[in-house]
Design a binder for this molecule. Structure first.
Ligand code: FE2
Length: 425
């Protein structure tokens, strides 16, 4: 074998293998073995830390990010006031400002090892200002982030005059995925009609679908059923995602026992957004207050691919966040009570492999032939990574080092760790 460009020695891998060497040439993984022979042009001793494929955020709103407080703060904290604040901000938006904020966020993302993001972009405005801005951002960040855009009719594709034409024009311009928001249409019937129409548009154009679906506490909001049914009718299995699906938290158990197999059979994936669901849902409750997040472990047990998204960072809906998908996974495991060892590992997968599957990312993973796009975490395994929201020591994209963070000395790890990770000064 010719000398590899890069060898990462002594890594632990997410599948549980320890002390593995990973060799990289021309931006791709060419070998994963213990005690790999030969020498790389460059070598890194990973000291038994976890090497993971990079983080993936399958649900985000990059056109709104970092706009917190513009033009005012969402005082009630509800989804609906967030939509109202965004509506007040939209007429004053400038493309340059959207691009600037998005690029700042992308810098944060790279530092956190987050190298693929699916962002919804609001298509309700006929000028498509935000669409044009994010298409520009997509081009600018392409060398380091896979930015996939979803045409998202925030104000309802049927509820907004010209909603369908605006969405189709966004797709014509190169937006990748068809979005929707059936629970925000004026009636349940309009919501179902919007799902049917949008899935037909996706089928005709050969595109993926990702709808905000049933983002409410209303147990009778059942658009996920229509989405799964339309997926089967149009042969879109494996190409459709339902985002949020928070109403499922409040649905009747009998109905859910019928719904889960339908979602699984349809190959529809589901994205929960733990940080946002736990803060936006349950706002009409007194006590007890519902958590609002969809039924993550039950969906996983039924064979549905479930991923976690960040959804919002410092925008009209959420004033917190830092592009840290381990924080998302950490909240997800708490809200879903996924505290078993398997449950915690599943939460790590929800921000890596499961999310990559939703986005249909090519070359993702740690197998030979995959892109050498990964993050070295200051943690030994997936469980410790989530517990510590572990430091990102190094982030590579196709073999190129993009970001580094110094090792934390007092790393709060258990005592039988190598000296470098222990408090020594
Ligand atoms: Fe969203």
């Amino acid at each position: 074998m010719p000398s590899p460009d890069l060898i990462l020695r002594h890594t632990n891998l997410p599948d549980g293998r320890t002390n593995q060497d990973v060799a990289v040439t021309d931006g791709r993984i060419i070998a994963v073995e213990s005690h790999l022979q030969g020498t790389g042009a460059q070598e890194v001793d990973c000291q038994g830390y976890l090497l993971s494929p990079h983080f993936v955020d399958p649900h985000f709103h990059m056109d709104a990010t970092l706009s917190y407080g513009l033009p005012r703060i969402n005082e009630s904290g509800t989804l609906l006031e967030g939509i109202a604040v965004w509506g007040e901000l939209k007429p004053t938006l400038k493309a340059d400002a959207i691009i600037e904020r998005a690029l700042t966020y992308c810098d944060w993302a790279v530092a956190k090892g987050l190298l693929a993001i699916r962002s919804h972009v609001d298509t309700s405005d006929p000028s498509l200002l935000a669409v044009n801005a994010l298409l520009e951002v997509k081009k600018k960040v392409a060398p380091y982030i896979d930015l996939q855009l979803v045409a998202f009719p925030q104000d309802g594709v049927l509820r907004t005059k010209g909603g369908i034409s605006n969405l189709e024009r966004a797709l014509d311009k190169g937006v990748d995925v068809v979005g929707g928001i059936p629970h925000f249409e004026r009636t349940m019937a309009d919501g179902a009609a919007s799902v049917k129409l949008l899935c037909e548009i996706a089928a005709e154009r050969g595109l993926l679908v990702d709808m905000h679906c049933d983002e409410s506490d209303d147990p009778l909001s059942r658009h996920i059923e229509t989405l799964a049914d339309e997926t089967q009718r149009l042969g879109l299995q494996g190409r459709v995602n339902g985002s949020h699906c928070t109403s499922m938290h409040s649905m009747d158990n009998y109905y859910v026992s019928k719904l889960l197999p339908l979602i699984a059979e349809s190959g529809v994936s589901v994205i929960a957004n733990p940080l946002i669901n736990i803060t936006l849902q349950g706002r009409h409750d007194t006590y007890p207050k519902r958590r609002g997040m969809t039924r993550v472990p039950e969906l996983m047990a039924a064979g549905v691919n479930v991923a976690f998204g960040h959804d919002c960072v410092m925008d009209p809906w959420y004033g917190m966040g830092s592009a840290d998908m381990l924080e998302v996974a950490h909240m997800g495991l708490h809200v879903a009570q996924m505290t078993s060892q398997k449950g915690i590992r599943d939460c790590f997968d929800a921000v890596t492999v499961n999310a990559a599957k939703v986005m249909h990312l090519k070359g993702y993973g740690l197998d030979v032939g995959c892109d050498a796009s990964f993050v070295l975490l200051q943690a030994r395994d997936k469980i410790e990574a989530i517990r510590l929201r572990a430091n990102r020591l190094k982030v590579w994209k196709k073999g190129v080092l993009l970001a580094e963070t110094p090792e934390v000395v007092a790393a709060l790890q258990l005592p039988n760790r190598p000296p470098a990770t222990r408090f020594m000064n």
